[in-house]
Design a protein around this ligand. Structure first.
Ligand code: GLU
Length: 341
């Protein structure tokens, strides 16, 4: 017990303790983002600027780490990839050990995140196939790109030994490793443009590589959260061609334990000021309210978000609520793809 409390009446003691307790930590919204080299951190900061509540965007290891942090109540909200969002909801892939997260809630989705393959120009990597036997960076543990790359490796029938070396560097270090010739290629599931890819292309003349083939077709067909994606030509340098790949969506999630009033206020401030929000980053340019509440969401919608969507008439209140937008019929295992693909 606090020393002064031994000598004071209980009510006075309680008053003193409440004065000395930190008061802002309870009310500050903390949004788990990812590496400052990506778009999530900018998105988190844009969300904080939009909402009229104390708010802080916190860098993290990425989607997978964020989903664990939401589950443990360490952050109020987090940005996560739609593929990992689904795995956490269902307790599959990297979330098998912890099991399905029944408390995970979707708030809305944001930009598209193409799975991006960047290679040293002199490495002779022209297709996904050319990665076999090379030194590559698949992202740090906890990152979303690592989760997506694991799925690509599965679909292609690759294991760690299919590569000369696999590095686990975070997004803000991988471009320099590429420039120094320590890796041949890096992968990043991320919105565009972003500083990691810009650094690789502008500082060391790296190239973007199309990510196509039978394994990718299989992923797109088997999983609703994987869709075709592209990176526009000329985004990073005048001679950079348009890139064809596949991708996921960035989504905003919270726990069912999070105060619905906080989520309601955040959601209302974003949708009431959507034009202003979209101006924060070019990757947000194509966002529409309809796509944000319909695409990439695997967990039930958060109560606070639903309240706003009901008020707007975007989602009809249902008696058997809450009405989750679920990704259904997702296979657990993929059939193997032949090595000639
Ligand atoms: N998609 C990445 C991840 O989940 C983060 C990308 C970003 O920071 O924009 O780790």
């Amino acid at each position: 017990m606090n020393t002064c409390c031994r000598m004071l009446p209980a009510c006075l003691c309680a008053l003193l303790l409440s004065w000395s307790a930190p008061s802002n930590s309870d009310t500050t919204i903390i949004i788990g983002t990812a590496s400052p080299a990506g778009v999530y951190h900018l998105a988190g900061r844009a969300l904080c600027r939009t909402v009229d509540l104390p708010c802080r965007a916190e860098p993290s290891d990425g989607s997978s780490a964020n989903l664990h942090a939401v589950r443990r109540g360490e952050v109020t909200l987090a940005l996560v990839q739609s593929d990992l969002h689904h795995y956490a909801t269902t307790g599959s892939e990297g979330f098998r050990e912890v099991g399905p997260d029944a408390t995970l809630r979707s708030v809305f989705s944001l930009h598209s995140e193409p799975f991006t393959l960047v290679a040293r120009r002199d490495a002779g990597i022209r297709h996904l196939e050319d990665l076999a036997g090379r030194s590559i960076n698949i992202g740090n543990p906890g990152s979303g790109q690592r989760g997506t790359m694991m799925k690509v490796m599965d679909a292609r029938g690759w294991s760690r030994s299919s590569f000369r070396q696999i590095n686990d560097l975070p997004a803000d270090q991988q471009a320099l490793e590429l420039c120094h010739g320590n890796i041949d290629a890096m992968v990043y599931t991320v919105g565009h443009p972003n500083s990691s890819v810009a650094q690789a292309i502008r500082l060391c003349n790296a190239v973007l590589v199309d990510v196509e083939g039978a394994a990718i077709e299989l992923l797109i067909t088997a999983y609703p959260f994987f869709t075709r994606a592209s990176i526009p030509g000329g985004l990073y340098s005048p001679d950079q061609p348009a890139v064809r790949t596949f991708g996921v969506r960035a989504t905003l999630v919270a726990s069912s334990e999070t105060d619905p009033e906080i989520i309601y206020r955040l959601v209302a401030s974003v949708f009431d000021n959507l034009l202003r929000f979209k101006a924060y980053h070019p990757a947000f340019g194509t966002l529409t309210a309809a796509s944000m509440i319909e695409e990439g969401l695997s967990a039930p919608l958060h109560e606070g978000a639903l309240r706003y969507y009901h008020e707007q008439g975007w989602i009809m209140p249902r008696e058997d609520q809450p009405g989750p937008i679920m990704v259904e019929d997702v296979p657990g295992e993929l059939p193997e793809v032949s090595s000639s693909s």
